[in-house]
Write a protein that binds this ligand. Sequence first.
Ligand code: ARG
Length: 604
Amino acid sequence: MTSLLAALSRTVGSAFAAEGLSETFGQVQVSDRPDLAQFQCNGALAAAKYLNGRPADGGPAGAKTNPRAIAEKVAARLKADPVFAQVDIAGPGFINLSLSDAALNGHVQALAEDPRLGAPQTGLDADGAGRIAVIDFGGPNIAKPMHVGHLRSSIIGDCLQRLYRANGWRVVSDVHMGDWGLQMGQLISQIEIEGIAPVYFDPGHEGPYPDESPVSMDDLEVLYPRASAACKADPERLEAARRATVDLQAGRPGYRALWKHFVRVTEVGLTREFASLGVKFDLWNGESSVDAAIPPMLDDLKKRGLAEMSEGALVVPVAEESDKRPLPPLILVKSEGGVLYGTTDLATIIERVREFDPQQILYVVDHRQHGHFEQVFRAAIKAGYQGRAELEHVGYGTMNGADGKPFKTRAGGVMKLHDLIGMATGEAARRLAEQGIGADYSDAERAEIARKVGIATIKFADLSHQRTTDYIFDLERFSTFEGKTGPYLQYAAVRIQSILRKAADLGAKPGTPAIHSPEERRLILQLLGVGDVMTAAEAGRAPHILCEYAFELAQNFSRFYGAHHILSEPDEGLRAARLGLCALVLAVMTRTLDLLGIEVPERM
Ligand code: ARG
């Protein structure tokens, strides 16, 4: 279905066209002053500006067109249309519009019957086929536990993949693990130095390597920081790590076998972590997945003169005349022969274009990597590797602790995602108990509710902040059942579920929603905006727009619920309409929360 704003813009656009003006001036928006009108159109001002600014009319002053005069002509046409209950002009020429209840009722009925529940079709191309987006997010690193930096990428990326799919896109999500860089060589050399598994380093070894990993995830978590500290302190030690990286990439069998163990051991933990977050990926690729594509890419870049040697390294210069700050070249191969993060990212573009031919590739990665993506994108475009894809770095700010520094454990260590989820779930359980919620449920159900509420606490806190800003993670504030929080919205949805359950027990059926009071009008107007909100959230890659919407919907529902009888309404028709409205609010609320990756418990 077309959104209400789109339908209104078309109507008002025709009125402009009938006055000989472009129908694009008919763009309608939600009113800035809901006390005066539901909608407004500012096109008369733009139209006057356009007419007065035309070179042909650039003559003497006095011949100027007054925006109010245009607004009056357009308004006169709109007044004849029965969908409008109110058309008037404010200030210099704003057209204020309100719809008749009958018109709104018609729209809300269409929404209730729409199988897509008002979702826009921004992902469809002209032939009605879904456009393709690759979304690269998560990005955990092998041999390191996921920390809160990866949390933001996972939560925001997952919200975008859900939203894109709801809007009609075909999405390919890729976790793109960090599994091919220097940190792998640091680990391998550390294991050699500590003599942990000599067989992988024995040049005389023949036959297969052991199936069982010589190191556990716990071992890796100790070994990696040790290796990295040693490399920082000692240039020779770093050199050994570099050599190990080059040998790994060149295919030395013992190193590859060891590396596979690292990957497998880490993946067990990652799978658990992503499952508890409710985040799924289509592809579990990593930097190493494009290993075979790198040599032909390097040949191609060299042959076409796009890559050149600079200080012993192979680089692609990407600086442009207009750069305010100098952008260093993208380094493809270092002097000792190892490939880098940018090399794998560039080759990954080639592979994604070859496999999926996407229209968009989004990278949901910390905004501090902006320079890296700028280099990679420029190199890709220079070489024409991007196909028809738009490349976009969807950056985000840092999740900080109360001290304004990146979120840490109490002891000052890196906060692991697993522990953060544990903390949030524990806090949810405590609050639920405090409110006496679920006292008579089974332990298993109570634990499941706490899990859902804990995850909702973290996700809503993260998504409700404007993506690019840093924010302070305040568990106390984000876990309350009052205010703009995940738990509050879950609670609001559960309350509606319980009304509908009681109604079903009483044999009362939900009917078609319709306006009988100001509270219902307001709620219905908000419901009718859902498609535009999903469009705006997609366009800005802006989950916080969905969060705002869900919060406002809960508040508008609360006002409606506080002002009217529902189950106890004696008039059967009115009761049915109100139950129908409850059902529609629940459907839109549940879908919006689902886009945020938040599950609604059956009861709480
Ligand atoms: N592994 C990287 C990190 O931890 C993030 C990967 C992001 N994706 C990409 N294609 N570069 O910073």
